[in-house]
Design a protein around this ligand. Structure first.
Ligand code: HEC
Ligand code: HEC
Length: 346
């Protein structure tokens, strides 16, 4: 940015520093159109308070792919959240952070975050802007302090300029960093799958996909509900307890015994590419997941009542039904999203 423009930005920032909305709206920094799909609910994320802008998005993307956010300088957000795998850590059951340190959970996909009320497998963060502090400071993830990160960014000319262009007060500070990351992440809307095209009347399911959809509606949609394929509740789906982690799930947040071993019902969009599955990545394929629902559900503490009817545990499925369900789940892949240049590192 030329000195003149920088000076103008400074004046502008000064002129409107009392504004509620801390973003710079000048000709170089336009608000982005949030790509709201017609058939989605209204976003939960407050797009008025932190509207994605061109420069905010650019800054968020740079931060997302920058190893500077970690203590070793090499672990970026994008290291564990790889776009083509729906922003998951492909082939890693639990994610690896700095110096190969093992975490205890499978990296979640990042998409449609604007519609989520809480974040992480147990809902530890209630606001997307508040989430990023967790990976930055977790010892097995980026193992860094927020103030160190801010100091590193402050000593970088490119960052100083970008913060200046993206935000009203132009400051390289924690709030602006988290807001920029959120601007980048809320724009990741995935709603362009065969399933969506069928809803819009622009495609039709094959017989097998259609049979799979009916099964899904009858047996899975009570939890993997609606257009986001999650009712956003915390439940226990009968996974055996892995003594290596003894992860108590939602109880970690609420302290309640009735929440022990419950995890957030995950979205199933782009599920074909986000393997391995479950909070600890224990299953490598959808076939294994369906075998679990069919014959692997255990009478764990707080098992969801819908998975224990009369004397039967789980959801009985024939092999044909499993194939049909998998055909249906394949219609939830959004290649345009997975390859969208706007979100890619290079
Ligand atoms: C070492 C791997 C790793 C790194 C680095 C990492 N994440 Fe994650 N991410 C995870 C894991 C594992 C989870 C699940 C966390 C949990 O449930 O406790 C997660 C969950 C999330 C979620 C919650 C998604 C949801 O649906 O609730 C968001 C948002 C997210 N990460 C963003 C980021 C951002 C932004 C960064 C960089 C500042 C980052 N992550 C860095 C592994 C990582
Ligand atoms: C009682 C609610 C419930 C029902 C019914 C249910 N699920 Fe789930 N599902 C969950 C929960 C909760 C998880 C996450 C569990 C964990 O990781 O601890 C999950 C995880 C999954 C995953 C792994 C997703 C990922 O990103 O790792 C898949 C795939 C899945 N379910 C498919 C299905 C299918 C297909 C059906 C119907 C045959 C079904 N589920 C029925 C609650 C349910």
């Amino acid at each position: 940015m030329s000195k003149l423009v920088f000076f103008m930005v400074l004046i502008l920032c000064f002129a409107c520093s009392g504004d509620e909305n801390n973003y710079v709206e000048i000709s170089e920094n336009k608000k982005l159109d949030f790509p709201q799909p017609d058939f989605f609910p209204q976003p939960v994320y407050n797009l008025e308070e932190n509207p994605p802008t061109e420069k905010g998005f650019e800054l968020g993307k740079k931060l997302f792919y920058d190893g500077k956010l970690s203590s070793t300088g090499v672990i970026s957000c994008g290291f564990c959240h790889v776009q083509e795998f729906s922003f998951t850590h492909h082939t890693h059951e639990v994610s690896h952070g700095v110096d190969g340190a093992l975490g205890t959970r499978n990296a979640q996909p990042l998409m449609n975050l604007a519609y989520f009320e809480e974040f992480s497998w147990d809902g530890a963060a209630q606001h997307l802007d508040a989430f990023s502090i967790i990976p930055i400071t977790t010892d097995t993830e980026m193992n860094e302090t927020v103030s160190n990160v801010i100091n590193k960014l402050k000593s970088d000319q490119d960052y100083r300029e970008l913060f200046g262009e993206a935000f009203n007060n132009g400051e390289v500070n924690t709030q602006n960093m988290f807001r920029a990351l959120s601007q980048f992440m809320v724009m990741m809307v995935s709603a362009d799958t065969k399933y969506d095209k069928v809803l819009e009347g622009n495609s039709v399911f094959s017989e097998e996909e259609s049979a799979g959809q009916s099964l899904f509606e009858a047996k899975c949609a009570s939890c993997h509900k609606g257009i986001l394929f999650t009712d956003q509740s915390y439940r226990n789906n009968g996974l055996s307890i892995d003594p290596r982690y003894n992860d108590i799930g939602r109880k970690r947040v609420t302290g309640l015994e009735e929440d022990k071993y419950k995890f957030k019902v995950p979205t199933l969009r782009n599920i074909m590419v986000s393997l391995p599955y479950m909070h600890d990545g224990r299953f490598q394929s959808l076939k294994e997941v369906l075998d679990h629902y069919d014959s692997g559900v255990e009478p764990t503490q707080n098992l969801d009542p819908s998975l224990q009817q009369e004397n039967n545990l789980g959801i009985s499925l024939t092999e044909t039904e499993k194939d049909q369900l998998i055909s249906f789940l394949k219609t939830l892949t959004d290649d345009n999203f997975l390859l969208d240049q706007r979100f890619s590192e290079f």
